[in-house]
Design a protein around this ligand. Structure first.
Ligand code: PLP
Length: 393
């Protein structure tokens, strides 16, 4: 039985062994609390601060602008709730987009119940928010704009510099959920007027359960978690030292290798796209053709809309892990993807897509195997759809 092929890096990534090696001492002998004054505590503090500098370097931020959190979801909540709370909730206006991750959309829903007015900007067929639509949506009471850097389902990279500039010119804070983008595409907070930015270690070959929020110097937010005052009072709790150290090392590896790794992933991605659209009838690309994450493909499969989950399971049986665009979360299996509906897909088409996301350890041979297995898996499901269509006539 050949080794399993993992093509679901947008869901999570395997821990890089170099990251695991950096974390290991902090899971064993270096168990100090980073707030303790003795030697064990000082060693933990030093490690946390080194990681803070490594994560900051990925964004060209100052280390003091990085706040560690327990996830990307928490960083997103902290940004949105933190700004709304700092402005008294009721009467605040928040602008976001229709294709954000639930960590943003559900938080916006919570804020709406607390009296915040929420505008969700539409996207075009490629998944892009139009900066002039953002400009038109801004009001005197708009306190925050939150637009993701790259989408987790379709892989489209937003026009963040342009959108951030529109917000800055209006005097409004700009947050970007960069959980999918960080470590994969260059992000530079010195060049771009981003005020708040969310990240998550497990999407860049780091550990699960650790994230960060970049908070630009001078930006005021209320904390979500209150307690002992760690992380400059913005995120109380004893630091997850091993997790933070892993995040730091993962950020450093991603930064150093980014250009070469991106070129390698784009080549693998384009080979998959070219071959699949040639060998699988009805296959087409969803999302922006050029502005997309290097290893990210979202494929539509015309005629197989009802069978996306069956295809995913058939591939899983053949040892290949991918995701269905509509069901990156198993909780929503079989339902039309809200993201694809927002792109303008009809509800039938919005049920049939396959998300293939590549990462650091994927090889040419694994791509070969996928390209051999996919057309057969699709063909095995086609007769069923054809029979069903005939029965309906
Ligand atoms: N934002 C985006 C765009 C994501 O893709 C994810 C995870 O899938 C999150 C936020 C949540 O991050 P975490 O899993 O660290 O909570």
């Amino acid at each position: 039985m050949p080794a399993r092929v993992y093509f679901d890096h947008a869901a999570t990534t395997p821990l890089d062994p170099r990251v695991a090696a950096a974390m290991e001492p902090f899971l064993r002998e270096e168990y100090g609390n980073a707030s303790s004054l003795h030697e064990a505590g000082r060693k933990a503090r030093e490690a946390v601060e080194q990681a803070r500098a490594q994560v900051a370097a990925l964004l060209n931020a100052d280390p003091a602008e990085i706040v560690f959190t327990a996830s990307g979801t928490e960083a997103d909540n902290m940004a949105l709730v933190g700004v709304a709370d700092a402005n008294g909730f009721a009467g605040v206006h928040l602008v976001t987009s229709a294709i954000e991750h639930p960590a943003i959309l559900e938080t916006a829903g919570y804020l709406a119940r607390r009296g915040v007015a929420v505008t969700k900007l539409p996207v075009n067929f490629d998944g892009l928010v139009d900066p002039s639509a953002l400009k038109a949506a801004l009001r005197p009471e708009t306190r925050l704009v939150s637009i993701m850097a790259a989408n987790n389902v379709i892989g489209t990279i937003q026009l963040v510099p342009e959108l951030a500039r529109v917000a800055r010119e209006h005097g409004t804070l700009f947050h970007t959920d960069a959980v999918q983008a960080a470590g994969k595409v260059p992000l530079n907070v010195k060049d771009t007027p981003i005020d708040l930015l969310s990240m998550s270690a497990h999407k860049l070959h780091g550990p699960k359960g650790v994230g960060a929020l970049f908070v630009r110097k001078g930006v005021t937010i209320e904390p979500l978690v209150h307690g002992g005052g760690q992380e400059r009072g913005l995120r109380s709790a004893t630091e997850n030292v091993a997790g933070i150290v892993g995040f730091g090392r993962a950020a450093e590896l991603a930064r150093v290798d980014m250009a070469a790794e991106n070129a390698r992933l784009v080549a693998l991605r384009e080979r998959i796209l070219e071959t699949v659209t040639r060998t699988v009838p009805g296959a087409y690309l969803i999302g922006h053709p050029a502005r997309r994450l290097p290893g990210h493909l979202c494929l539509g499969l015309a005629g197989l809309e009802g069978e996306a989950i069956k295809l995913l399971l058939a591939l899983d049986e053949a040892g290949i892990a991918v995701s269905s665009g509509s069901a990156c979360s198993a909780h929503h299996a079989g339902q039309p993807s809200q993201i694809l509906l927002a792109l303008g897909f009809d509800p039938v088409r919005a049920r049939g897509s396959l998300r293939v996301t590549l990462g650091r350890f994927n090889t040419d041979e694994e791509v070969d195997r996928f390209l051999e297995i996919l057309p057969r898996a699709v063909a095995s499901l086609r007769p069923m759809t054809t029979r069903l269509a005939a029965a309906k006539l």
